[in-house]
Design a protein around this ligand. Sequence first.
Ligand code: TYD
Length: 223
Amino acid sequence: MEHRGFFLTFEGGEGSGKSTQMRCLARTMQRAGRSVRVTREPGGTPAAEALRAALLSGEAKSLGPLAEACLFASARADHVRQLIRPALRQGQDVLCDRFIDSTRAYQGGAGVSGEELDLLEKLALGDLKPDLTLLLDLDVEEGMDRADTRRRSEQPDRFEADRMQDQEKRRQAFLQMANDEPDRFSIIDASQTVDRVEKAVAAIVTERLGIDLSPVAKQSSSL
Ligand code: TYD
């Protein structure tokens, strides 16, 4: 069997703390001696980051939800080919802030059909699937309050600006996906303190993937 690292994705709504938790887990895994690559979507490669700018600024909004979904898929195809697959092949663990399930929740919620999304997924991913998807689930209102505080005076991006009703629809879509694929997903209550969420994430990673997260002792220099 091809030796490869683990592929973990973080999903959730606005203000759910995905990015913070992903960084915490990356540090813990590195301390445990693992080689970790942290990335995000849309983005992760120069071409995908250029598409990210067009998508999040709202520049691409007038093209409509299907064209936006195609742009997310183009960014993802480049990301998978240039960064994710090579890193996994080299035995690195890849932690990604949002991935395919965000397209299903956001663009699916905006009206792109299941068949269209399946097709785009096949084109962008081939047979690649995350080994584990951590869904940080949070009440929409609380998430939006947190996101407002974090942004301070900055304008919300194209998708953050959507109405509460859209955000609730996405939350339910994520929960449904987790329900449909319990072997890949784990749902975490993101209303807990950062410390508690961090511990929950670490426990799930150990249990599901068998990764030992105890810190490795620093090598003392023998010279
Ligand atoms: P980001 O700043 O990374 O948001 P967050 O901190 O909430 O993760 O911006 C990514 C935005 O793009 C976010 O609002 C969700 C949206 N998005 C989609 O609509 N479809 C997708 O496939 C992905 C990956 C993201």
